[in-house]
Design a protein around this ligand. Structure first.
Ligand SMILES: Cc1cc2nc3c(=O)[nH]c(=O)nc-3n(C[C@H](O)[C@H](O)[C@H](O)COP(=O)(O)OP(=O)(O)OC[C@H]3O[C@@H](n4cnc5c(N)ncnc54)[C@H](O)[C@@H]3O)c2cc1C
Length: 389
């Protein structure tokens, strides 16, 4: 009989398991492995199957800056406890127009930074061009540049570190997929697709987009899952060296035509270096679990990838790009823009909805899930967000 069974070994679930064992709870983490042949996989998928996710303290939303700051402050601890590095502090740049409709982005980010004491360097148009000559931002765009704490994390390595640390702390881990949860008067029985079953006092559902699957939660959650396409622009080693000072970028273009983020050169498992850009111009909702699986199995949207690649070439006109490939992923958003971290009953805790930004702050969101599952609850003075639907 476990105190807590965490379902979903992704960014949030693996962190929740680590925090739960550190809180003295008898914990089981159940999660599925990454599919080997994606287009033939019939099971669940995750939003963290990639080599890079942007991390930064700077944010236009106060609580999201807090989630990230607290996670980043623990990266070294997680890396040491899990025996796996995952943080690459190459710097992060927030860029946007100084005036006009999009000016809110820099204004609010600057205000949050001032309020929370987030160290950064403001860059006016000239300083931006001087510091990052490989970017060609339109006239009137300024930046906030964060070093030391900004850059990117390898989400796969982050999850590996959290799981290893959870195991070292005493958590059990089962590799498998949960198909249903039986709610009994004195606990839960969790059933897996390999016919194994586990008993516990309660579950934490941290299945990313698949938290919407029937048979897990007590009640449906107001979480919308969007199809996302990411474009990868391959560069050679010489180009990667030329761009050695390139930071991760979150950008609001003056015409507000799309919502881009750009990763600096990162080496992928095929040995090649890629610059990645995301930020779909159109939101496509994945309504059902079957829609999600079909989307994850597929290659992504070729038109969106071509659009993103063209935009990136506009921002980096001298980029020596060898080829463009693309991939599919999904993000989970709530109407309030908050992560959902709350108890639906004594036996069921929700830990879901990264709102497109849950990788960098997975450790803090996992800690908050562990606080709820352990019965301590999230202290009222820590966040403005109420974490409820
Ligand atoms: C293209 C893209 C780019 C992004 N870029 C960034 C970024 O730059 N920075 C950032 O901070 N965030 C970014 N995000 C968001 C971030 O990746 C997600 O917010 C984060 O992965 C959410 O973590 P999670 O633990 O909720 O879900 P996931 O990471 O999806 O993990 C859920 C886990 O649950 C498992 N699971 C599901 N169902 C079951 C089941 N029934 N039984 C057992 N296991 C199950 C899955 O296999 C998976 O391992 C991006 C997302 C996308 C799609």
């Amino acid at each position: 009989m476990y105190d807590v069974i965490v379902i979903g070994a992704g960014m949030m679930g693996s962190a929740a398991a680590r925090h739960l064992v550190n809180m003295g709870m008898k914990t089981l983490l159940i999660g599925s492995e990454e599919p080997v042949i994606k287009d033939q996989h019939t099971g669940v998928f995750a939003s963290h199957y990639d080599q890079a996710r942007i991390t930064r303290q700077l944010d236009s939303k106060a609580d999201w800056a807090r989630f990230s700051s607290r996670s980043i402050a623990r990266y070294a601890e997680v890396e040491a406890a899990g025996g796996q590095t995952f943080f690459h502090p190459v710097g992060a740049l927030m860029a946007g127009p100084q005036t006009g409709e999009g000016a809110w982005f820099i204004e609010r980010s600057r205000a949050v930074a001032a309020d929370q004491g987030i160290a950064h360097t403001p860059l006016d148009e000239q300083e931006l061009a001087k510091r990052f000559p490989f970017f060609a931002f339109p006239e009137g765009v300024v930046g906030l540049y964060e070093t030391g704490t900004g850059g990117w994390i390898n989400p796969r390595d982050h999850v590996t570190a959290e799981i290893a640390a959870a195991k070292a702390g005493g958590a059990d881990v089962h590799i498998g997929e949960v198909v249903s949860v039986e709610y009994l008067p004195d606990g839960v029985v969790v059933h897996c697709s390999d016919r194994k079953q586990f008993e516990g006092q309660k579950i934490v559902v941290a299945c990313g987009p698949f938290s919407k699957a029937k048979g897990l939660l007590h009640e449906p959650i107001p979480m919308t899952v969007y199809a996302r396409t990411i474009a990868f622009l391959e560069i050679d080693e010489a180009e990667a060296s030329r761009l050695a000072q390139m930071p991760s970028v979150v950008y609001v273009p003056p015409d507000l035509s799309f919502d881009p983020y750009i990763l600096p050169p990162v080496r992928y498992p095929d040995g090649k270096m890629y610059i990645k850009i995301g930020g779909d111009p159109v939101d496509v909702v994945l309504e059902t679990v079957s829609d999600m699986k079909d989307w994850f199995r597929g290659p992504g949207n070729a038109d969106v990838a071509a659009f993103l690649a063209e935009k990136l070439m506009g921002l980096m006109p001298n980029l020596d790009c060898k080829s463009v490939t693309f991939g599919s992923c999904a993000t989970s958003f709530t109407p309030k823009g908050n992560p959902l971290i709350y108890a639906q009953s004594d036996q069921c805790v929700v830990l879901s909805a990264g709102n497109g930004a849950g990788a960098k702050c997975g450790d803090e969101l996992g800690r908050l899930g562990a606080l709820v599952a352990s019965g301590q609850g999230i202290p009222a003075n820590e966040y403005i967000t109420d974490f409820k639907p």
